[in-house]
Ligand binder design. Sequence first.
Ligand code: G6P
Length: 480
Amino acid sequence: MNDSRYDLVVVANRLPVDFSVRPGGGVDWQRSPGGLVTALEPVMQAADGAWVGWSGAPDLAAEPFDADGLRLVPVTLSASEIERYYEGFSNDTLWPLYHDVVSTPTYHRQWWDAYRRVNQRFADAAAAQAAEGAVVWVHDYQLQLVPRMLRDQRPDLRIGFFDHIPFPPVELFQQLPWRRQIVEGLLGADLVGFQRGGDASNFVRAVRRLTTHTTRGPIVTVDAERGTLGRHVRAGAFPISIDSTHFDELARSPEVQARAKEIRTELGDPDVVMLGVDRLDYTKGIRHRIKAYGELLDDGRIDAARTTLVQVASPSRENVGAYQELREHVEVLVGRINGEFGELGHSAIHYLHHSYPPEEMAALYLAADVMLVTSLRDGMNLVAKEYIAARSDEQGVLVLSEFTGAADELGAGPLLVNPHDIEGTKDAIVQAARMSEREQRRRMRRLRRKVMSDDVAKWSQGFLGVLQAMPRRHVSVVAS
Ligand code: G6P
């Protein structure tokens, strides 16, 4: 095809930049921080890549433009589509359903209609950018219909899909009125990737339960229909990671090291600094964590005068009711504990409802003796990996929920907790706060061996390698 089409097209809900359109029609843009772009930039630069995504703002239309050598293709969403497709179906239907219904999902037909319409728009934009035989890599739960929509238009493409969040057990998934359409949408891909082996098996079970396609291990055979031959679709686990070397180097820089010391001084030089870093999301178990911490202060098992919890809760999805409620609950809880245990010049909890740049995050990780990741369900949890990558001093303890993808990967290095078990979580927090330097080093070494070697470049190369190695020819299937 002609030169203006691309050999690798990434399709994700968000573009990796924030941008505005000048009155004359030009575009001003700014890099928005995010793991995905770091992961994909090298492969995209090497492969002549384009990225299709939404700007994050309503009604912002712009022609495709280049930013830092990447071709960016904006998809426009109206205010009502943001409400129904993004806040509604993606974040008030799929998000809670896929995270073990820790909040109740809402099912609205109008939201589903908008989800379909917007997925079609993303698929059309990707189809227009992809060269003959190109690889198209579709990301996450917002775009699960795109693989099938793309294949209908462009059977020549090699299509990969990666689900960044959990895929639920079929017993929960089948609540969804449009469960079959979602499964068929994903099966438009050649390769469907998940964070954990368990997510991939949940998906294959959903295929078996909800469709007539046959499965053999991780391979689904999609029956021939409408004059096309049958195809094989592979499901597999590809646990995502971070740019570990970059984070390690950032945390070693003299500025960040100095800032880490300064943070401890600003906190009043406590004996123990504990840290939580999350989007303010009900899946993250922030309330469970704060409850456990508050009870430990109450029981006197940790000394309120000598200990501080810093909780960074970055604003997220603020128009969705469940997020507004969570914010109120967390803020009431923090206020109560600080009222009870704070002193002039010392807070029991430093609650920060902001986002911070990576330099400040690295300094916070370095300043923290104990890192608390207590998600009720989490696809991976990259904060856990960032903490490990920052700790080249081999100190610090990671308390990690067993319901994260990271727990599957990190084995015996962290102190694993079930965040619903408040007593068990309290015991792990105390154990972390009292852990000897030697034991910290032993555990952190183990964690760093894993995180420093399995970085995000390995993840993207692994996924694309399997996708590209898949046989090109469609298989013929004898109807049974
Ligand atoms: C999770 C999802 C991403 C999403 C991110 C931030 O990590 O897997 O797809 O982009 O949260 O959420 P937001 O709704 O602000 O894009």
